[in-house]
Ligand binder design. Structure first.
Ligand code: CAO
Length: 424
C-alpha cells in the first residue's frame, strides 16, 4: 500500500526550508532512514522515515518551504524493505539526483490509495553520501566547508563537530586556508634553562584572553593621549566625600569621569556606537551603558553600568561599589557584562602615566585613566600647580578619524575641568 510521509511537528508554525533530499525515487528505505533535511531559523533536522518500503514519489525539492502535514515522499510499503546496509548503499547516490524533474514529476497519487503517515519527531540520523548529523551539516554550510573532504571519526565513519574543528585547525596551521593564519608560537622547553613551574590560566583569563586577542587583531587601534585639569573637580569631590562618607558612600574620581564621559558621548555620538558585522554601517545607540574594567583576583572583567546619563553620582557610586565587589567575590552574570556602549579602564588607583587600552568590541572606543598628579601648568603668565589627570583614548580607526579622537579627548578634558555644568 502506498503511503505518504508528512512533515512532522517541527516546533514552529512558520514554514521551514527543505535543504536536502536524502532519498531518490525507486530507493528502498527502512524505518528511521532520513528522508529530507529541514531547516528553521533556529535549527536543522533530518526527518526520519516512519515506513519501510520503496520510494515511489518525492513531493518536495530543495528550496521549498513546508509546514506541518505537507507531503514529503510517498512510499510503497508493500515492497519488502531491503536490509539496512543495502538501503544505505542506495542512499549514497548524490541527493541532488533525487530532486531531478523526472523524479518529482512522478504522480504523487498512484493507483493504490495513499495513506498519510507522520514521523513522531525529527531525529538526527545518517544522511546521503556523507555521514553527518544536521548540526555538523549546518556548521559546514556556514563555514563553506565541503564535508566530503573530512574523514569522520564517529561510529560508522560519522563526521562529528570535533572532526570539523580538527579539519579547520589543520588548515589554519598548514597555512593553506584562504584567509591569513597567525604565525605559530614556538613551543620552548623552558626547563632547559632553569627550574620552572606551570600554572593553568584562570577561566576568566582564558576567556578574556581570546577576546582581547581577537579585538587586537580585528580593530585598527589608535590611542590618543591628553591631560585634564581636575584640580577643581578633586576639590569638589573631597568636599562631597566627607559628607558622603558618613552615609557609607565612597565617591571616587571614576564616577565623576563616567558623568563627563557621557557628556562627551552625547557631543560625539560616533563614539557611542558599534560597527555592523559587515563593516558597512554604524549602529548609533540612544542609551549610555558604560563598561568599567574591574581587576579581580581571577583576572579582568568588564562590568556594565546602565543608563549612566539618567543616574546621579550617589546612585552611581553605590552601583559601582556593589558591582565591582560582586565581580571580585561572587562573579558577574553574563547580562551584567553585556550591552556596553563605551568602556572605561581606570588604573588611577594603582598608578602609571599612560597606557594603550584595547577596544572592547563591539564598542568603538575605550578610555584609559591613569593616576592624577600635580604638575606645573603655565597660566596667566605664571607657573601654577594643577592636578592633572592622564587620559588615554583608544579607538577603532575604521570608525573614528584622528581629528575626531583628539576633539573627543579635548572635550572630555574641558568637561572634567569644569564639571559643574554636567552635574547640574
Ligand atoms: N588618580 C588618582 N587617584 C585615583 C584615581 C586617579 N585617576 N582613581 C582612583 N583614585 C584613588 C581613589 O580616590 C581611591 O583613593 P582613596 O582610597 O584614598 O579614597 C583609590 O585611588 C582607589 O580607588 P579604587 O580603584 O578603589 O576606585 P575607583 O572607583 O577609582 O575604581 C575600579 C574602581 C573597580 C575600576 C577599580 O578598583 C579597578 O578594578 N581598577 C582596575 C581596572 C583595570 O584593571 N584596568 C586595566 C584593564 S587592562 O586594559
Amino acid at each position: 500500500m502506498k503511503q505518504a510521509i508528512l512533515v512532522p511537528d517541527v516546533g514552529s508554525s512558520n514554514p521551514v526550508d527543505v535543504i536536502e533530499i536524502l532519498v531518490k525515487v525507486g530507493q528502498t528505505i527502512q524505518v528511521d532512514d532520513p528522508i529530507v533535511t529541514l531547516e528553521s531559523d533556529k535549527a536543522s533536522m533530518e526527518v526520519p522515515s516512519t515506513l519501510a518500503g520503496k520510494v515511489t514519489a518525492i513531493h518536495v525539492k530543495v528550496g521549498d518551504k513546508v509546514t506541518q502535514d505537507n507531503e514529503l515522499v510517498t512510499v510503497d510499503a508493500a515492497v519488502e524493505a531491503e536490509p539496512a546496509s543495502a538501503s544505505k548503499a542506495a542512499a549514497s547516490e548524490p541527493a541532488s539526483k533525487a530532486a531531478t524533474p523526472e523524479a518529482t514529476a512522478m504522480p504523487a497519487v498512484a493507483s493504490a490509495p495513499v495513506a498519510a503517515t507522520k514521523p513522531e519527531a525529527p531525529a538526527v540520523t545518517a544522511a546521503d553520501d556523507v555521514y553527518a548529523g544536521p548540526a555538523v551539516r549546518r556548521l559546514s554550510r556556514e563555514l563553506g566547508i565541503d564535508l566530503h573532504r573530512i574523514r569522520g571519526t564517529g561510529r560508522g565513519g560519522r563526521i562529528q563537530t570535533d572532526d570539523l574543528h580538527a579539519y579547520i585547525k589543520s588548515k589554519m596551521q598548514s597555512g593553506d586556508g584562504a584567509g591569513f593564519s597567525l604565525p605559530q608560537v614556538p613551543d620552548v622547553d623552558h626547563s632547559k634553562f632553569g627550574p620552572i613551574s606551570t600554572q593553568e590560566l584562570s577561566k576568566i583569563k582564558k576567556l578574556s584572553g581570546a577576546n582581547l586577542q581577537r579585538n587586537w587583531i580585528v580593530v585598527p587601534h589608535v590611542t590618543q593621549f591628553d591631560e585634564a585639569d581636575i584640580t577643581d573637580m578633586e576639590a569638589f569631590r573631597k568636599q562631597q566625600s566627607d559628607i558622603l562618607a558618613k552615609q557609607g558612600i565612597k565617591l571616587t574620581p571614576l564616577v565623576l569621569i563616567m558623568k563627563a564621559v557621557v557628556s562627551a558621548l552625547q557631543a560625539f555620538p560616533n563614539f557611542n556606537a558599534s560597527l555592523s558585522a559587515d563593516g558597512q554601517s554604524l549602529i548609533l545607540k540612544q542609551y549610555y551603558h558604560i563598561g568599567v574594567a574591574v581587576d579581580t583576583p581571577n583576572g579582568l572583567v568588564v562590568a556594565v553600568i546602565r543608563d549612566v546619563d539618567k543616574k546621579g553620582v550617589i546612585a552611581l557610586s553605590k552601583e559601582l561599589a556593589a558591582i565591582s565587589e560582586k565581580a571580585r567575590t561572587k562573579g558577574l552574570m553574563p547580562a551584567e557584562m553585556q550591552g556596553s556602549s563605551f568602556t572605561i579602564s581606570s588604573l588611577g588607583g594603582i598608578g602609571g602615566t599612560a597606557f594603550t587600552p584595547i577596544v572592547n568590541l563591539p564598542d568603538v572606543a575605550i578610555l584609559g585613566v591613569s593616576r592624577s598628579s600635580i604638575k606645573p601648568v603655565y597660566q596667566d603668565e605664571q607657573w601654577v600647580p594643577r592636578l592633572m589627570l592622564p587620559l588615554s583614548l583608544s579607538y577603532d580607526h575604521r570608525v573614528i578619524d584622528g581629528a575626531e579622537g583628539a576633539r573627543f579627548t579635548r572635550y572630555l578634558a574641558d568637561t572634567l575641568a569644569d564639571l559643574r555644568r554636567v552635574l547640574l
